[in-house]
Design a protein around this ligand. Structure first.
Ligand code: ADE
Length: 225
């Protein structure tokens, strides 16, 4: 998979691309991620990418020209173009799975007070990572990239994400490591038993209990569509 990210703050991605599983996936050629500075596409002599909004009342608005030109340059027949905006479709694990099957994603990070409405016409999907407003689309595009890359073949063991929270509309079961007892808290006996069928049953029950307590909406199947 290839992911191209359009941003006016490319430096925000430095740590993200150089750390942990994303770094390993890049090193092992499981994914190619390119960060593009939208300013490089500006036709303005001062590399300006935003201006005051018509009608007043708002701050700076990202202009269409640099973003349209960047997309024209990067887009191929197999590209899916995603616009990061709090007005978009709520992001969910099921969307991450769908996107992980794509060949090429282009993520556009909005900024400042907003972006020119015409930029929306470029997007195949608009995505929101939650009902709150961030200063820009950079963190959302990292969230989306991270959640997709970990699902790509060979990035993490399949077993690690098959039991993820939200698969089958359930939260993940609890896990424990050493020591067997810590500050009076003991690892459940069944996990030490080596009895696979019992462990499986315990985990299914715990996942269901946790989901009922914390996210009953998931069991109604409302939020994971
Ligand atoms: N840009 C600003 N806030 C956002 C959000 N919640 N989701 C996606 N993009 C955003």
């Amino acid at each position: 998979m290839k992911i191209d990210i359009l941003t006016i703050f490319p430096e925000m991605f430095d740590g993200f691309l150089k750390t942990s599983i994303i770094k390993r996936a890049l090193d092992n050629n499981k994914v190619e991620i390119k960060i593009h500075d939208i300013r490089n596409y500006s036709k303005d002599p001062h590399k300006k990418v935003d201006d005051y909004g018509y009608g007043g009342g708002r701050g700076m608005v990202l202009m269409p020209q640099p973003i349209f030109d960047a997309v024209d340059d990067i887009k191929t027949d197999s590209s899916k173009i995603i616009l990061m905006t709090p007005q978009g479709k709520p992001y969910k694990q099921s969307v991450a799975y769908d996107l992980s099957k794509e060949k090429h994603l282009i993520l556009i990070c909005g900024h400042y007070e907003g972006f020119d409405e015409r930029i929306r016409t470029l997007a195949d999907i608009e995505i929101s990572i939650g009902d709150y407003v961030l200063t820009g689309g950079e963190l959302p595009s990292m969230v989306i990239t991270d959640s997709i890359v970990r699902l790509l073949d060979g990035v993490i063991e399949e077993e690690s994400h098959i039991n993820d929270s939200f698969n089958n509309n359930l939260l993940d079961y609890p896990v424990y490591t050493k020591p067997v007892e810590y500050r009076g808290m003991k690892v459940p006996e069944v996990l030490l038993s080596g009895h696979h069928a019992k462990i499986k049953k315990y985990r299914e029950e715990e996942a269901l209990k946790k989901t009922k307590n914390r996210r009953p909406d998931l069991l109604e199947g409302e939020t994971n569509e």
